[in-house]
Each structure stands twice: as C-alpha cells, then as structure tokens.
Design a protein around this ligand. Structure first.
Ligand SMILES: [Zn+2]
Ligand SMILES: [Zn+2]
Ligand SMILES: [Zn+2]
Length: 330
C-alpha cells in the first residue's frame, strides 16, 4: 500500500492494489474471550472484577503501518509515500450488541478517556502530523465488524478537510483576532434557530450550510484547541459523555447510520511542522465533533465534486431534533 497525493486537489489517497478482506474468523474478534484474535492490547480499562470494559488494539486490516520510515518519493509532478502511520480500534464495551449511545454514562466516559490517552500517546511520535478519531455507526456507514467500536488513525499528513478548516480559521483570526468557531457559537446561541441542545459546557447545532440532512456539530462552549487537553478530568469526561449520548440518541431517531469525526488540533510535536506558520493555532482552532448521518430516504442528497445537495433545511432539522423528548439514560 502507498499514499498518493493529487497535485491539483492536494488530496491524499491510500492506494491499494486490490482490497484485502477481513481475516476469516469464526468468532467476533472484539468479544470477550477472543482477545487472542487481535494483535495486542494498547490500552484497556479493567473493572474491579478484572474484566475489561474498554480495549484498544491495532486494527486487523490496517490502512497504515507503524514500522519504518516514510520514504517520500516523487514521480515527475506526483508525490507518494509509504502508508506509514497507526490504525487502532477502540472496542467500546464487551457487549456485542450495545451501541455507544446506550452505554452507561461512566462507560461512555471511559471510551472518551481511551481517546484522550491514545491521542496523547500517538502525538508523541514526531513522524505523525495528525491523529484522527472516527466512528462508523451502522452498515451504511461502513461499520465492520458489528461490535461497537471507534477507530483512531495517526498519519504523516493532515487530512484535507482539516487543512481547509485550519486555513479559514487562521485567516479569520488574522483579520479579527477572534476564533471563528467561538463567534459561530455565540451567534447560534443568540439566535436559537439551529441549536439542538446545550448546557453550561457544551452545545450541539446544525451548521448553517449543513452538507447532508441532520448534520450536527458538537462542541465545547469555552474555547479550546485540543480535545485531548480539554477532556482530561473524569468530571469533564463524564459531563461530555452524558451530553454526547443525548445528542446521539436524538440523531438516531432520524438516522440509524452515521459517521462521527473528531477534529482536534494537529500534532504540534511533528518533525517538520513550521511553528511560525501556526503561531495563532491555539487561539484560532476550536475542537469539535462532526456527526454526518446517512439516511436511505435522503437519496436525493448527493455530492459531486464536493458540492453538496441537502434537502432538509438545517433550521428545520435542528427544530425537529431539539423538540424530541429524550429521556435521560444513565
Ligand atoms: Zn463482538
Ligand atoms: Zn474558539
Ligand atoms: Zn471540522
């Protein structure tokens, strides 16, 4: 496998020669008792009975390999490199059928704690420019296997979507000396037309130019550039767990399948990072979660060349999600 860069769009593409399939397993490799089917345990939370509740292991079919060097090379105008990186799986709980939104608050907080721990650890590796956390919920989102899990990747490049965010947030800051996302939060909270849920620490809303019906962003009200440095106390992890669960359960009333992506600050320890270029990064970048639902009924929603078509007004989507009566699940 290699990573190729499209010189026009600046997109990095993981290029494989034929798709590798899942190893032929008789049992779910993420269920308790099957630990030997996964390479090794990178992180775990074990309860007082000695059983694990969260477990992180290398991916069975990794997109990236951790060993070796990057071997950047050119081919005329083209750039390519080895698929150096890390690809891990966060097994969110031992129960094969219990999805994240239905776990107990404490268990969701343990999953968040695992994210914090792994991101922090991977960012110590100076070869990696970015650490992504994402979650594919449901078959339409590409979830495989069914056992509830999230994925973490560490890459020698910054994903294009994040590069665009970094650029526009930096540009806005250089003009106004304010964080654009803080300004968006303030405006949305004042208008209350696209907000879904909020408390004194977090808020969720449908973005003004939502890419798909019921797109939702979840973010901290107080400015913070890094998820892994913001959610360090158990209290805050538990608070965010409770908040996130409620938002996910709202979303699940309109879409069973969705993607969750965490956008946190790039790796500031990375080898070639020009720190000068990112002088204002801590002030201009604001971490957030993006929730992208996939609905069968939204077949008219498509994107072509990155222009999206969305048939549900974000104001209407937010109103629907806000009005839902979600009973707290502890
Ligand atoms: Zn399982
Ligand atoms: Zn901010
Ligand atoms: Zn983002």
């Amino acid at each position: 496998m290699q990573i190729r860069k499209d010189p026009i769009s600046m997109n990095w593409v993981i290029q494989e020669d034929g798709e590798t399939s899942w190893p032929n397993l008789n049992a779910c490799p993420f269920c308790p008792g099957q630990e030997a089917l996964t390479p090794q345990t990178l992180y775990s939370h074990v309860n007082n009975k000695g059983d694990w509740e969260v477990r992180v292991t290398p991916h069975l079919r990794p997109l990236y390999r951790i060993e070796g060097e990057l071997q950047r090379s050119g081919e005329g105008v083209y750039d390519k490199m080895r698929n150096l990186g890390a690809h891990e799986v966060v097994i969110e709980n031992p129960d094969h059928h219990l999805r994240l939104s239905h776990l107990r608050d404490e268990n969701v907080a343990q999953v968040l704690r695992a994210f914090v721990s792994r991101i922090t650890d991977l960012k110590k590796d100076r070869r990696f420019r970015y650490v992504s956390v994402f979650r594919n919920q449901g078959r339409l989102a590409g979830q495989e296997p069914d056992h509830p899990h999230s994925q973490i990747t560490a890459t020698p490049f910054i994903p294009r979507r994040v590069v665009y965010e970094l650029r526009s947030l930096q540009r806005y800051f250089s003009l106004k000396e304010r964080c654009l996302i803080c300004d968006i939060i303030q405006q949305e909270m004042a208008k209350q037309v696209r907000t879904i849920e909020w408390d004194d620490e977090f808020m969720a809303f449908c973005p003004f130019a939502s890419r798909v019906p019921y797109e939702v962003w979840v973010l901290p009200l107080q400015h913070h550039h890094a998820f892994e440095e913001d959610l360090t106390t158990w209290e805050r992890q538990l608070h965010f767990a409770r908040f996130l669960k409620s938002v996910l359960r709202r979303l699940e009333t309109v879409a069973q399948d969705y993607h969750v992506t965490l956008h946190t600050v790039p790796n500031l320890n990375a080898k070639y990072e020009r720190t000068d270029h990112w002088r204002t990064l801590l002030d201009d970048f604001h971490w957030h979660l993006e929730l992208i639902p996939i609905r069968l009924t939204s077949s008219r929603s498509y994107f072509l060349k990155d222009v999206y078509y969305n048939s549900v007004l974000p104001e209407r989507a937010a109103e629907e999600l806000r009005k839902l009566n979600i009973e707290p699940l502890s």
